[in-house]
Design a protein around this ligand. Structure first.
Ligand code: ADP
Length: 247
């Protein structure tokens, strides 16, 4: 088995002539937490959308687990275990926290909203959903309507619904965006916990989060890779310092 689980080669995305991502080469090591960072407008979100197949590259290839996935659709790569976090908008606000996770499990295993499962299968969903809620420290909120959750806990629910899809590799888009310090610390601990036995790609603006979590970091600026390496290496890089100060 190759050490690299996800590889991008020459990844390029143009929007009507504007090059948002240019010739990006990326190799993500199996089992690592890899950070994709960069100042605003660097191309992080575009890269994330390319890797999860929500955008089609203008040029370049993406290989996942030795397989060329460049032309696959998001649902197809999700079935291969490459799963991006659901956005909060994908959480059903009028259902409880527990119901949301059960629904994510049903969709994973049944492929559709299927309320006609046997009792034993429904009990299995219930047990697994409670395990997932315990993993993300949401047990005490299980009967709360998802729409009523505090913001930081909603992001934790989003991670639980992602875990319901049984990912081999998880891609998280700014899981700490807009959070208080306390919530940031909680999400960092949570990502650390749920990353065990998985690979994680984290798009992040907050350097403290990256420092605490990531084994390897790719820094983007103006659509190109500026530096790669561990936090100590990239944070000392003068080009990286200039790119951050320039924002
Ligand atoms: P980041 O996530 O690092 O802030 P983005 O990937 O969102 O950066 O954006 C990179 C650049 O590409 C920005 O200049 C942005 O305006 C541009 N861009 C992103 N998406 C589109 C689009 N759909 N159409 C045109 N330009 C876009």
């Amino acid at each position: 088995m190759s050490d690299t689980i996800l590889k991008a080669e020459g990844l390029t995305k143009e929007f009507r002539g504007f090059v948002a991502v240019k010739d990006v080469n990326l190799a993500i090591r199996r089992g690592s937490i890899h950070g994709l960072i960069g100042p605003n407008g660097a191309g992080k979100t575009t890269c994330f959308n390319l890797l999860t197949k929500f955008l089609i590259p203008t040029r370049g290839t993406i290989t996942y687990d030795g397989r060329d996935i460049t032309s696959l659709k998001p649902a197809e790569v999700a079935r291969l275990g490459l799963v991006r976090s659901f956005q909060i908008s994908a959480v059903f606000p009028h259902l409880t926290v527990l119901e949301n996770v059960k629904l994510a499990l049903q969709r994973q295993r049944g492929g559709s909203f299927d309320f006609w499962r046997s009792d034993s299968v429904l009990r299995e969903y219930d047990t697994r959903a409670r395990e997932l809620l315990a993993d993300v420290a949401l047990t005490e909120y299980e009967r709360v309507q998802a729409g009523q959750l505090p913001y930081g806990r909603k992001r934790a629910l989003e991670i639980a619904t992602t875990l319901a899809l049984d990912p081999v590799m998880m891609l998280l888009d700014e899981p700490t965006a807009g959070m208080t310090h306390e919530d940031v610390d909680r999400i960092v601990a949570l990502v650390k916990r749920v990353s065990a036995g998985r690979t994680v790609l984290l798009v992040e603006h907050n350097l403290k989060v990256v420092e605490g979590l990531c084994d390897e970091i790719t820094v983007l600026a103006r659509g190109e890779v500026l530096a790669q390496g561990n936090y100590a290496t990239v944070s000392r890089n003068p080009d990286v310092q200039a790119a951050y100060l320039g924002t």
